[in-house]
Write a protein that binds this ligand. Structure first.
Ligand code: BES
Ligand code: MN
Ligand code: ZN
Length: 501
């Protein structure tokens, strides 16, 4: 969907549909809704008076004004209680509105970003509106061949504002949000794609697409290059697969020359069968999403380069399959990682931490200002925090605080779990330096404790996105399936760095 911002009055725009909003605890319509109500001879207030529309959050009604309003339909969306409205709820409300428009088979609709929504700055409101509409309309359809003509898509959202200052603010913020939302959809598409089509090789091609922007450099290390370096933890995982593994490297150096970059590391397991420690068949199909962290990293670099952020950012995605065959790595095997430290494989299904170990070690060559990794790392994280929450662990309080702030701003929920010394005992091996599992207790934390051994002294945060990467049910602006979680969080984290450093 294209986003257009026009310098005109939203109530005067002739179009198939216009979005208008109403608070549950306000008797009368406000802003654009109030104007449309007047023009239509009270069509909206009649609806409210009849008790047919209360303005409950995400409630939707369509009004067909009998008196001429330039717009043919008014799509009315509830915002709930005025004091409860925040940016995340606004994203959801725009998503509901946009999907109603799509349901009406309308291709083009108008909307306004109104200061009456909440006390947030106009730019933030605009970003929320655009993100909500674009992300809420997302659908993954390339594999549907029957009745393709029935697939509906909205082509354009027109945001109208006649005040010249506000118009400029909205225009710029809409551009930003469009780039960020496109990067989220890019990540969602990669995660939604089936494992047979989203192989490590194809992920590397996707990274090269990101590097079509001249500001981004892409390097891909193949099996031989990784063997030369000694990335045997990553290569161990890849051993049982016919698909060659890749270490994908994206460098965006938009900041000062020589300034330490932020390194983003994303788990790129394009299919996780569990390996020799094979997973049960039920829901194994969902393990095509085990590259969600990698997709988020590629998406974040894509957004950062589109926004031309004056920052240095490196994306690292270790990409591999985890499959069992005669060559596959086995429980009991010992792998010598890139760091030189040895790892005893207890469970071949704890593969994510192995490929991440080598990627984290590799990140030291950038002498990073910060390292953030994202991974669908443990089922235990879903047990601990549920489906919608990212688990956070790390070594830097400052960086964790920055992630929390980004979480609040984006609505991508993050909750910290401790990484105390005691947990490190669980991953000590008798015959090697470490073992790759620490037992059932605190599985998310011991996984992070394992990763910490490969980070060095750089400020580091690990985000376990096993829960929110893939949703079983719809959320207001995340249709069920691939969420693209992490992209907005990372972009916000990086944008915030520009304010503080
Ligand atoms: N990719 C999985 C974790 C996962 C499970 C993500 C379910 C999303 C949904 C990971 O590689 C894995 O298999 N972890 C094991 C670790 C265990 C063997 C220590 C797990 O969580 O069971
Ligand atoms: Mn696994
Ligand atoms: Zn995995």
């Amino acid at each position: 969907m294209k986003i257009t911002v026009r310098k005109e009055n939203p109530s005067g725009l002739a179009c198939e549909a216009v979005l208008a909003f109403h608070f549950e605890d306000r008797k009368k319509p406000f802003g654009l809704a109030a104007i449309l109500d007047r023009l239509s001879g009270g069509a909206i207030s009649d609806l409210i008076a009849a008790g047919d529309f209360e303005g409950k959050l995400n409630q939707v009604a369509v009004v067909y004004p009998s008196r001429p309003v330039p717009a043919k339909r008014i799509v009315l969306v509830g915002l709930g209680k005025k004091k409860d409205l925040n940016l995340d709820k606004l994203r959801g409300a725009f998503a509901y509105g946009a999907r109603q428009v799509r349901g009406l088979k309308v291709k083009r609709f108008a909307a306004a970003v109104e200061s009456g929504f909440s006390g947030e700055p106009l730019a933030a409101l605009t970003e929320a509106a655009v993100e909500g509409a674009v992300l809420g309309l997302y659908q993954f359809t390339p594999y549907k061949t029957i009745d393709r003509d029935k697939i509906r898509a909205v082509e354009e959202m027109i945001i109208a504002e006649d005040d010249p200052d506000k118009y400029r603010t909205i225009r710029d913020a809409a551009k930003t949000a469009e780039a960020v939302a496109a990067a989220v959809c890019f990540a969602r598409d990669m995660v939604s794609a089936p494992g047979n089509e989203m192989t490590p090789t194809v992920m590397a091609q996707k990274a090269r697409e990101v590097a079509a922007d001249k500001a981004v450099k892409c390097k891909v290390l193949d099996r031989e290059a990784m063997a030369k370096l000694g990335m045997n933890a990553l290569l161990g995982v890849a051993q049982g697969s016919g698909q060659p593994p890749k270490l994908i490297i994206l460098e965006y150096m938009g900041g000062k020359r020589g300034e330490a970059p932020v390194v983003l590391v994303g788990k790129g397991l394009t299919f996780d069968s569990g390996g020799i420690c094979l997973k049960p068949a039920e829901k194994m199909d969902e393990m095509k999403t085990d590259m969600s962290g990698g997709a988020a990293v590629l998406g974040a670099v894509k957004a950062v380069s589109a926004l031309k952020l004056p920052l240095n950012v490196v994306g690292l995605v270790p990409a591999s399959e985890n499959l069992p065959d005669g060559m596959a790595y086995k429980p009991g095997d010992i792998l010598k990682s890139l760091s030189g430290q040895t790892i005893e494989v207890i469970n071949t299904d704890a593969e994510g931490r192995l490929i991440l170990a080598d990627a984290l070690t590799y990140s030291a060559r950038y002498k990073p200002a910060a390292i953030v990794d994202l991974a669908t790392l443990t089922g235990a994280c879903i047990i601990a925090l549920g489906d919608y929450v990212t688990g956070m662990m790390g070594t830097s309080d400052r960086l964790k605080e920055d992630v929390r702030k980004a979480s609040e701003a984006t609505g991508e929920r993050v909750w910290e779990l401790p990484l105390w010394e005691e947990y490190h005992e669980q991953i000590k091996s008798t015959i090697a330096d470490f073992k790759n599992t620490g037992g059932r207790a605190a599985g998310t934390i011991t996984a992070a404790a394992f990763l910490s051994k490969f980070v060095g002294d750089y400020p580091w945060v690990h985000l376990d996105i096993a829960g929110p990467a893939w949703l079983a049910t719809d959320k207001p602006y995340i249709p069920k399936g691939a969420s693209g979680v992490g992209v907005r969080l990372l972009v916000r984290l990086l944008r915030n760095r520009l304010k503080t450093t």
